[in-house]
Design a protein around this ligand. Structure first.
Ligand code: DGY
Length: 322
């Protein structure tokens, strides 16, 4: 009997392809080309499953053009590339890759916070440019981290990881805002206090964004919110581009409405708003919060587990619309 056909939309670890090839006829993209939507649709013809990385949009148009498709397995926790309503209507299962990246992503969120608040990349550029001629008392003086107030917007698993790092590792006073309040046990574990969004914006010395992207979280941080923040505050976005209005943020950073920002995700990435590229008080990284080899391998393997389970008639491990 012929094996079911699946498509892996981007280059992945060879061991993942090898594993999947035991169960499926696998079409790969090891050249790591970025396909247009038309090309993606063409390559999806006859495939029953697709391994996506978070950049490939699965919407009504794709689903209508690919009637054989039964499962889309994202190797990312975020799934804003999936139109879940359209997928459910078409009877196509969506899965994501939660949990396996939580600690790694929280580590990175903290690394970006520290690099931003302590002006690490800005001072490194200064040194590499040969501008360091003398030590200075207030040279690259940054913001305090220990003992400061850490604000977290979006208190899922990654938010909780950041809260614990801040409270337990750096003695920070942790406040958060979320759609729903955590139960008392989890709040105590994270040493985090629930506040309104207004209080969060006004009180945070460092505000970390970890909420999922959706139409309702689009531009959660725009000009109005930025003006409510402290002029000494740092803003960290490791969630999704589009949660922050990047043009408004660039203006706020230019006008010193807030002190600094650390951004791992961007509206329209991999394009980055040109005004951000020209500012010294922003640390920019190319969507790498979960990028350690063990974590990226675990994310790929979880996507592969979902494909294997579903196509063997078993329940998927991490379904989104089952
Ligand atoms: C995720 O898993 O959502 C990360 O942002 C990587 O895409």
């Amino acid at each position: 009997m012929s094996k079911p056909r699946i498509l892996i939309a981007r280059a992945v670890f060879p061991e993942v392809i090898e594993r999947l090839s035991q169960y499926f006829e696998v079409q790969t993209n090891q050249a790591d080309e970025i396909w247009s939507k038309a090309e993606f649709i063409a390559r999806l013809q006859g495939q029953v499953g697709v391994f996506t990385t978070g950049g490939e949009r699965i919407d009504a148009e794709v689903l209508a053009a690919c009637p054989a498709l039964k499962i889309c397995a994202n190797m990312a926790v975020g799934y804003n590339n999936f139109d879940l309503n359209a997928m459910s209507k078409a009877g196509v299962l969506a899965t994501n890759a939660p949990d396996v990246l939580t600690e790694t992503t929280a580590d990175f969120g903290f690394a970006l916070l520290m690099a931003t608040a302590r002006r690490i990349t800005e001072s490194e550029h200064f040194l590499r440019a040969g501008k360091w001629t003398k030590w200075g008392v207030d040279m690259f003086a940054g913001a305090e981290i220990h003992g400061s107030t850490l604000g977290i917007l979006g208190m899922g698993r990654i938010g909780q990881g950041i809260a614990k790092r801040g409270a337990l590792g750096f003695g920070m006073n942790v406040i958060y805002h979320n759609r729903s309040r955590l139960d008392a046990g989890l709040e105590a574990e994270c040493k985090a206090k629930y506040v309104s969004k207004e209080q969060l914006l006004a009180s945070a010395d460092h505000l970390v964004l970890v909420l999922p992207y959706s139409a309702s979280s689009h531009h959660s941080i725009g000009a109005a919110e930025l003006t409510q923040m402290k002029p000494t505050a740092t803003l960290i976005n490791i969630a999704r581009g589009g949660i922050v209005d990047d043009a408004a943020l660039a203006a706020a950073l230019r006008d010193k409405c807030i002190a600094a920002a650390g951004l791992d995700v961007f509206e329209g990435e991999p394009a980055v708003h040109p005004d951000l590229l020209n500012l010294p008080n922003v640390v920019l990284t190319p969507h790498i919060a979960s990028a350690t080899l063990p974590t990226r391998l675990a994310m790929c393997n979880l996507a592969a587990d979902n494909l294997i389970a579903f196509l063997q008639g078993k329940p998927a491990l991490t379904p989104l619309n089952a």
